[in-house]
Design a protein around this ligand. Structure first.
Ligand SMILES: [Fe+2]
Ligand SMILES: [Fe+2]
Length: 163
């Protein structure tokens, strides 16, 4: 009865898993290059995307579907900060647009529960989009100074690093 919702939720699981992999890749490459604050931003966001996988998976199980744990695509081997931020911003933009469509498709199947799951994800993806967009703008404005500033420790701690 809820096949369409289960299919869409599994597509979201695949997108979210791809995002987890991609952001973790950016996280440890930023760390390797000494960009502490960006490294933490990617880690924090990757952890949030992992929670999105969980929310979708819980909904799929509630609808008595099977969770397909396959990433939607491979990790892109991007090492340059500007390209990382632009890629991340594009991924968030795509997610928020897709989730809006999928929320409506679930609602059209009289599945308000799945619609709400997608609406919750949209709030987070819009916030992620704004974060990455802000970093892209800062980099464009400050150039090398931006990169120098992002090597400094401090700022917002990553999840689990509050101490
Ligand atoms: Fe997400
Ligand atoms: Fe996101």
């Amino acid at each position: 009865m809820y096949e369409k919702s289960i299919e869409l939720l599994n597509k979201a699981v695949a997108d979210e898993m791809q995002a987890v992999h991609q952001y973790m890749y950016f996280h440890f490459h930023c760390e390797d290059q000494g960009y502490e604050s960006l490294s933490r931003l990617f880690l924090r966001t990757a952890i949030e995307e992992m929670h999105h996988v969980e929310r979708c998976a819980e909904r799929i199980l509630f609808l008595e579907g099977e969770v397909e744990m396959e990433a939607a695509g491979p990790v892109e081997k991007i090492h340059e900060v500007k390209a990382m931020l632009e890629r991340a911003r594009a991924m968030e933009d795509q997610s928020r647009k897709e989730y809006n469509v999928w929320a409506n498709e679930c609602a059209a199947q009289n599945d308000a529960g799945s619609r709400k799951v997608f609406e919750g994800l949209i709030d987070d993806e819009e916030r992620h989009y704004s974060q990455y967009d802000l970093e892209v703008q800062r980099l464009a404005k400050l150039g090398e100074r931006y990169l120098a500033l992002s090597t400094l420790k401090g700022g917002e701690p990553a999840v689990g690093e509050a101490d």
